[in-house]
Write a protein that binds this ligand. Sequence first.
Ligand SMILES: *Cc1c(COP(=O)(O)O)cnc(C)c1O
Length: 359
Amino acid sequence: MVKFLDVKLINKPYEAAFQQKLNQFLEKGWYILGDEVKAFEEEFAAFSGSKYCVGVGNGLDAIILAFKAYIELGYLQKGDEIIVPANTYIASILAILHADLVPVLVEPNLATYNIDPKQIEEKITSKTKGMLIVHLYGQLADMDALIEIGYKHNLLMVEDAAQGHGLPFKGSHARTFSFYPGKNLGALGDGGAVLTNDEQLAKTIKSLSNYGSQKKYYNDYIGYNSRLDELQAAFLRVKLPDVQQENDKRRAVANRYLSEIKNDKIVLPYYDGSDNHVFHLFVIRTKNREELQDYLSERGIQTLIHYPVAPHKQVSMKDFHHLSFPITEKIHEEILSLPMSSVLTQDEVSFVIQALNEY
Ligand SMILES: *Cc1c(COP(=O)(O)O)cnc(C)c1O
């Protein structure tokens, strides 16, 4: 049996260190916004090459709070349009809606699955004020082209890097992360963060995440309660030093899949061989997905679909049902995610490759 993702096995080597953190936590008796959150924020900022990091409750809130902070600071107004990939996890679009902004969906490039810069400018209007860039499946979006468009049209550029811990930084205004357990850097529960070099933005997000308050019981904004949990921060600090090494292991698995899977029925993902991909997921395409998934399942190989329904086709997204995104729809019909993690063994990878080559 080859599991799609074994988070328990991923966390196994850290168990003793987690226990120690828990003991210290109980000993200290400080449960909310303590030294661990502060230290994690500093360490994650340094790791990612940003000046400021604000820990928040989860990855969805990280995006919402970044946009809400831009509204509080006057850079955005309710009803402004935000460019976002049509081909993304629903959270990217939910965040824009929750911030009272208007998502403008743009088709992906079929090779990279990320937003197609060439299709953005035709969607830009006088109300377009921002861009939410997603590094889907862990592959860096075409940042050079996106940043050029962003500067040309004076757009705020926020990266939804929930699937891209450890990707290089190319100069957007803010980056948001999720530490959901299955992500490349996963906590033992929910967690999220925003990175930025903008001190004003960081302060505003910090305040918004804590009741809109910088000084206890004095409220500057209509805030939320969305803080990075102190214990999760402690656990994340244990795992953070290994992220790049784990990304290397994921890239090694991907390189084997890419060089050894040989089957005309399967389209392999694009990879330029650089650090611009952290392989949160390894996603193939095939015309007869259910058949392939059943075939692999019979051989004991677990696969998943990221994602089965395109955001604009979701029941919750009624305002988008009249829109058509043929590339996004094709991707959602054909994709299948193979087992991918830092703990797959060489034998497991060989077993998956052999099964696919015999299909
Ligand atoms: C996981 C994910 C999120 C949301 O993160 P949560 O911590 O689950 O709220 C947002 N965007 C993308 C692309 C994701 O993969």
